[in-house]
Design a protein around this ligand. Sequence first.
Ligand code: FAD
Length: 493
Amino acid sequence: MTAQYDAVIIGAGFGGMGAAIQLQELGLHNLLILDREDDLGGTWHVNHYPGLAVDIPSAVYSYSFEPNPYWSRLFAPGSELKKYAEHVADKYGLRKYMRFGVVVNGARWDAEHDHWVVSTADGDTVTGTYLLTATGFLSQPRMPDIEGIDTFAGKVIHTTKWDNDFDPKGRRIGVIGTGATAVQLIPELAKSAAELTVYQRTAIWVVPKMDAHVPGFVRQLFARVPQTQKAARKVGGTVLEAIMVGGVLHFRQFKVFNRGAAAAAKAHLYAQVRDPKVRKALTPDYDFGCKRPTFSNTYFRTFNKPNVKLESTSIARVEPDGIVTTDGNKIEIDTLVLATGFNLWEANFPAIEVIGREDRNLGKFWRDNRFQAFEGITVPKFPNFLSLNSPYSYSGLSYFDTIESQMRHVKRLFQEMQRQGATTFEVTEAANTDFLDRMTRKLDDSVFILGSCETSRSYYFNQHGEATLLRPTSTASAYEEQGTFPLEAYEIA
Ligand SMILES: Cc1cc2nc3c(=O)[nH]c(=O)nc-3n(C[C@H](O)[C@H](O)[C@H](O)COP(=O)(O)OP(=O)(O)OC[C@H]3O[C@@H](n4cnc5c(N)ncnc54)[C@H](O)[C@@H]3O)c2cc1C
């Protein structure tokens, strides 16, 4: 019995689309892309809260092979990313593979027929020779577990389910969370809310955002002479690399970058916030880089506004008309905004249940052992499976570095299979163990091990306290290695 599809890809975000473009280039055209949403774009379709924008310069946060000269700002607003995703899908003919509104529950390797059987929530199954999960790291919204939250009588909005008709004007709003999303959203809500109370559990490092409108003549230049935008990409990428690889991953050798970034963030806070008590509360008590750094020119200064209050005492409970903190203080609100982020490492990682050879359950395997994947993409006992959101897969700061490195891995692996006339692959235990050992050793130089991260509550760390999200190498070496890894790492048949 042959599979219905060459490959089934779960997720129609930039990761899934990059994978599909690569497979097409390799000659695989019988593809199926499943997504539970009603349109493509992943993160940039789901999120549309006020203030949404990239925090990586747009010349960098895009496919290198599909530059967009028309970004309106150096850091484009979210709506432009959604349009860019649509443009890519059209240009590379990806829409014909996509099926929306399909929640995938799981996938099982069928050893008899050498293919994957993918099951959906509505009881259907589809089969594919290859399975690729591109379900995103930041795609499973976290709901806070706070006493009484279900009794709240006012409006409740999670940032991933923003109500575009909601008007903050005159509202008494409580925002729970001060992560990257909140940093973008809070200044927007503060413009017209009657009262805005921000409930902060963990202060966040915020550095200035070198953002600006891109004038028309620069856009024309980027369109006519693409090398100029390539040069901008190079410069932006180098700065990000200095922050991430120098200041965070090579903390031992380049602590000075880390201390420099922290000093810049503190100076930014000092320049923007008048009240010393508020400044103190907004100052993180963990090292820069333990958590993904955030960029904003408006977040800190929002706390000078008379209608904005920072509350850093823990929440005791939510009542129908307000929030009570552990000191007994109650603030009445009519709107509760949950900027509480995403679950990464818990029961819904991976996002679907994946059962490989010998009934190995991927999520259970990761949780019972250590989180691991060869080159952040394949796992022993999971033949013909590419897990794009894997431990140690996230390379650098711009997610497009990860996507393009992984596309390179797929290319090398599939070209070798084609050369051998083979159709199945599986990474060896030895290659996987070597890679895990190497990543573990490399992490010894990082801020995650050498710095003070205990209070950061960062999604870089899993439930075992290990920093397993980021690949602790430079993006350049990750890219190089994904195109040169030893082919003996795989059993190909
Ligand atoms: C608000 C926000 C801002 C961000 N800003 C940046 C930034 O500036 N720079 C940066 O580098 N990164 C940023 N990120 C990270 C961002 O997620 C990645 O850059 C990138 O968009 C991820 O692409 P992806 O395709 O891997 O995942 P996603 O875009 O998350 O797409 C995953 C898709 O899988 C689908 N899916 C998941 N589970 C299932 C299932 N069981 N069945 C069917 N479909 C499923 C989802 O519906 C979704 O469409 C941001 C994330 C968020 C949430």
